[in-house]
Design a binder for this molecule. Structure first.
Ligand SMILES: CC(=O)N[C@H]1[C@@H](OP(=O)(O)OP(=O)(O)OC[C@H]2O[C@@H](n3ccc(=O)[nH]c3=O)[C@H](O)[C@@H]2O)O[C@H](CO)[C@@H](O)[C@@H]1O
Ligand SMILES: C=C(OP(=O)(O)O)C(=O)O
Length: 434
């Protein structure tokens, strides 16, 4: 079993470069299935396990997928298969994003019903309602969702919640539909804008991405295009918190301030100095962090994907902080692990009350999802002694070379293969006290 071992106490300093965004590249790769002519070249791709998984899904659907460093070349010009089996969907829920493209291209899609996951139940009813509004017949049978249609028709679709995935799936279905589609109360995340830009470069007509209403005029055919993925705002935010918690001074290169305004505002409220530089965001951690309240919301609200990292920071802040999670109903599994590291955290329904500051103590902790993995490692950077983080498969879904990047900023961190490589708890305790 692999573990990350962090010894806390080092201030981070230097420059770290962010990768292309995981949450932008997955829908873009799914959208490349829409090109019945020409190859798509997708650049600045983070080579994460999720990206390989969606690559496998595309291959299974009869597209060719070639990885060359951080570029992916997709050729989807042959007729496509229509089924994404459970093995892929289980590994990565974003596999359901191929549904819109398959319906648009083949008039049929069969995708295993995704199960619940560590952050909540995550239904896909809004995706399906959107397809139905466009004329598709949808049925759920033997653990699969099957959707069929002769030809998708444009429709006016109001989303009860601005779901990121539903907005993306409906956009992909609508670009080849007959007539106009209007998606109201749609998601406004930067990843939606990135997808719209890619679709437009493939020949689609998509307007309004980034606002609450997207308008799409269906086109006859789409073509492969050359697209560069936007920088990962969540990876950037994660390094910003890592710099802040250690009282460090780090330039997060490639971070886009407009994508991170809610995170920047909260960090500033906590006494962290943020300087926007021409090529990124510099973060200077204070000697004393101040408590703050956070409510996660759809973009441009505070991102749920930064909630666990901020929890690590709030534990170290002076005063009482309250986090309220409004996007996922069960995204507090990491709170238990933080308690093992000596933090004062109480869960009350959808809120968490944190009394700080606590001096974090190193412990053996398990990641429950990818952001929790990063958050526990960040807590380890500040903790006394050694923190050992297990279940790194979660980390690898969303962070490339995370420990190496932290090492390059001066963190005392390593990734080890098995228990015999790790210093014993006794040794760690002695070293902590010395
Ligand atoms: C691959 C990717 O981009 N993942 C991101 C995406 O996930 P994802 O696209 O799955 O998230 P959604 O925005 O769809 O989900 C938000 C909320 O809407 C609910 N919902 C969603 C769809 C639906 O049909 N019915 C329904 O009830 C979900 O259960 C959840 O409570 O946006 C989330 C919210 O910013 C992020 O945390 C994820 O990192
Ligand atoms: C929850 C996340 O991703 P996914 O939707 O792929 O599970 C995330 O990126 O934090």
């Amino acid at each position: 079993m692999e573990k990350i071992i962090v010894r806390g106490g080092k201030r981070l300093s230097g420059t770290v470069k962010v990768e292309g965004a995981k949450n932008a590249v997955l829908p873009v790769i799914a959208a490349s299935l829409l090109a019945s002519e020409g190859k798509s070249i997708i650049r600045d791709v983070p080579t994460l396990s999720d990206v390989y998984t969606i690559g496998e899904v595309l291959r299974h659907l009869n597209a060719s997928v070639e990885f060359v460093d951080k570029t992916i070349i997709v050729d989807a010009s042959e007729d496509l298969n229509i089924e994404a089996p459970f093995d892929y969907v289980r590994k990565m829920r974003a596999s359901v994003l191929v549904m819109g493209s398959l319906l648009a291209r083949q008039g049929r899609a069969r995708v295993a019903l995704p199960g619940g996951c560590a952050i909540g139940s995550r239904p896909i009813d809004l995706h399906l309602k959107g397809f139905e509004a466009m004329g598709a017949k949808v049925k759920v049978e033997n653990g699969f969702i099957e959707a069929t249609v002769d030809k998708l028709r444009g429709a006016k679709i109001y989303l009860d919640f601005p779901s990121v995935g539903a907005t993306q799936n409906i956009m992909m279905a609508a670009v080849l539909a007959e007539g106009s589609t209007i998606i109201e109360n749609c998601a406004k995340e930067p990843e939606i804008v990135d997808l719209a830009n890619y679709l437009n470069s493939m020949g689609a007509f998509v307007r309004g991405a980034g606002t609450g209403t997207i308008r799409i005029e269906g086109v006859e055919k789409m073509y492969g295009a050359d697209h560069t993925i936007i920088p990962d705002r969540i990876e950037a935010g994660t390094f910003m918190v890592a710099a802040a918690i250690t009282g460090g001074n780090v330039l997060v290169q490639g971070a886009v301030p407009e994508h991170l305004s809610s995170v920047i505002a909260k960090l500033e409220e906590m006494n962290v100095t943020i300087i926007e530089e021409s090529n990124g965001i510099r973060v200077i951690g204070p000697d004393k962090l101040k408590a703050a309240d956070i409510k996660t919301m759809p973009h441009p609200g505070f991102p749920t994907d930064m909630q666990s990292q901020m929890m690590a920071l709030l534990v170290c802040a002076e005063g009482t902080s309250i986090i309220t999670e409004t996007v996922f109903e069960n995204r507090y599994m990491h709170a238990e692990e933080f308690r093992r590291m000596n933090s004062d955290i109480k869960i009350e329904g959808r809120s968490v009350i944190i009394n700080g500051p606590s001096q974090l103590q190193g412990a053996e902790v398990a990641a429950t999802d990818l952001r929790a993995a990063a958050a526990l490692i960040i807590a380890g950077l500040k903790a006394d002694g050694y923190t050992r983080v297990t279940e790194l498969k979660h980390l690898d879904r969303g962070y490339l070379d995370f420990h190496l990047k932290l090492q390059s900023l001066g963190a005392d961190i390593e990734r080890v293969k098995d228990l015999s490589d790790t210093p014993s708890v006794e040794t760690a305790a002695v070293e902590t006290n010395s």
